[in-house]
Design a protein around this ligand. Sequence first.
Ligand SMILES: [Fe+2]
Ligand SMILES: [Fe+2]
Length: 131
Amino acid sequence: MPTAVWRSLPLLGNERLDAQHRALQGEVQRLAEDIHSKRSAEHLEASLALISQRTIEHFHTEEDLMKAHGDPGRILHADLHRELILQVRRIQYAAAKGEPLRDAVPEFLGDWFQEHVQKVDLEHGAYLRES
Ligand SMILES: [Fe+2]
Ligand SMILES: [Fe+2]
């Protein structure tokens, strides 16, 4: 079982964003468990599609807040979000062509979220204090 997925994410102090982070982490954990219990490729692809959709929704929430608060780092931050979405799309494309979803996928996602929340979301504090 990937360890990175199980570490708790740092809190930002913004209820909405923290709840979204928690929900995403839960989805990634479920995907890791489902891969471990050898669920069908169809089931795993549906879980990944849900993670992808929720991630996009979360990124929109963050980007709207950054815009509303005039966060100067918002363009670079949004670029990092887009890069992740492209990577997830590549994984989905490979899965659709028959490449099985392995442990490496939730491991990658867990590590990405851990590092991103810690190093990027937390660093840009101004937009987090939603009024
Ligand atoms: Fe985030
Ligand atoms: Fe972010």
